[in-house]
Design a protein around this ligand. Structure first.
Ligand code: X2W
Length: 287
C-alpha cells in the first residue's frame, strides 16, 4: 500500500536516486569486475547485501562480474581433513591434495553460495571457474608453490555471452593448465585482475577488509596514479598485504582496465557508494 506521509527519509531517498542519475549514465553498459574476498563475505546478511548491490548494478545497465576468493573456507576444510597449509608471499603452497580441496571449496561451496545469494535477490547468476570454456589458462607461478597458477592465456568470450543474456557471471579462481588434466589454484586478486584486463573493464573493485591505500600519515589516499603507487611502494609506505593488491592494480591498468578501486568491503553498500555517489570510497588508482 502507498503511504501518504512524506517524512524526510523518503524525500532523502528520492533525492539520492535523483542525484545518482549522472553516475548511472556514466556507467551505463560499463563492465565492472568485483573481487569478493573470503574475509569480506561475513555472515548471511553481508552476503545478501553484497548480492543486492550486484543485482542493482545489473538492473541499471552495468555488466558486473563477480570473481571470488574463499581462503578462510579453504582453511576450514583443510583443517577438518588434517592437511597442513602454509602461505609463501601471500600465496598458498598447493600440493595435489590441497588443490583438490581448493577446487571443491571454491567451485562448489563458495561459488554456489554467491550464485544462490544473487538469485535470492532476483538476479540471474551462473557460476564458472577458469576451467569453463578455457577462460583462464595458467602455468606454474613458482616451483616452490606447487599448483599455484599464473594466468597466461585468457578467453573471456563466455563472459560477454553471459552479459548479452542478462546473466551475472560468478567466477571461482581455479584454472586449467597447458597440459591435460592440470588444475591450478589462483590467488583471487590475481584472477580478478586477469579477467578485468582481458575484458578491458571500466572498473575493477577490490573489496578488502581495509579502508584503502594509506599514506605515510596513515590517511586513506582517495586517488593515485600508477607512478605514485610505485613510489609509495619503493618508500615502504605501501607494504605487507597491500602489495599484492596494488601489484594486481598496476598490472590490470597496464592491460587496459580504466580504473582500479581498493575499497573496504565491510562498509554497507560499498560498491554502490563507490560507483553511484560523489563520495566514492577507498582508493582509486588510474593513469
Ligand atoms: C587462494 C585462493 C582463494 C583466495 C587460496 O588458496 O587461499 C592462492 O593463495 P581470498 O579469500 O580472496 O584470500 N589461492 C594461490 O584468493 O581467497
Amino acid at each position: 500500500m502507498r503511504k501518504q506521509s512524506m517524512n524526510r527519509d523518503w524525500i532523502a531517498t528520492a533525492r539520492t536516486l535523483s542525484e545518482a542519475l549522472p553516475y548511472l549514465q556514466r556507467y551505463s553498459g560499463a563492465i565492472v569486475v568485483v573481487k569478493f574476498g573470503g574475509n569480506a563475505m561475513g555472515d548471511e546478511d553481508a552476503m545478501a547485501e553484497f548480492a543486492r548491490d550486484i543485482v542493482l548494478m545489473r538492473q541499471v545497465g552495468l555488466n558486473p562480474v563477480v570473481v571470488h576468493g574463499g581462503g578462510p573456507m579453504i582453511n576450514d576444510l583443510l583443517k577438518r581433513l588434517n592437511i597442513e597449509s602454509r602461505f609463501v608471499r601471500g600465496k598458498r603452497v598447493t600440493d595435489q591434495a590441497t588443490v583438490e580441496v581448493v577446487e571443491m571449496v571454491l567451485t562448489g561451496l563458495v561459488n554456489k553460495r554467491i550464485v544462490q545469494a544473487i538469485m535470492d535477490q532476483g538476479g540471474r547468476a551462473v557460476g564458472l571457474s577458469g576451467k569453463d570454456d578455457d577462460m583462464m589458462v595458467c602455468e606454474a607461478d613458482d616451483p616452490e608453490l606447487g599448483f599455484v597458477g599464473k594466468p597466461v592465456e585468457m578467453n573471456v568470450q563466455v563472459l560477454r555471452d553471459l552479459f548479452n543474456a542478462g546473466i551475472i557471471p560468478v567466477v571461482a579462481p581455479v584454472a586449467t593448465g597447458m597440459n591435460e588434466n592440470e588444475t591450478f589454484n589462483v590467488n583471487g586478486d590475481t584472477a580478478a585482475g586477469a579477467i578485468a584486463g582481458a575484458l578491458k573493464a571500466d572498473r575493477l573493485l577490490l573489496l578488502t577488509d581495509v579502508q584503502g591505500v594509506k599514506n605515510a600519515e596513515g590517511e586513506v589516499v582517495t586517488e593515485l596514479t600508477p607512478e605514485e603507487v610505485i613510489k609509495m611502494t619503493e618508500d615502504g609506505v605501501i607494504a605487507g598485504g597491500m602489495i599484492p593488491k596494488t601489484e594486481t592494480a598496476l598490472k590490470a591498468i597496464q592491460d587496459g582496465v580504466r580504473g582500479v578501486v581498493i575499497i573496504d568491503g565491510r562498509v554497507s553498500n560499498a560498491c554502490l557508494l563507490e560507483l553511484f555517489t560523489e563520495h566514492g570510497s577507498g582508493s582509486l588508482i588510474r593513469s
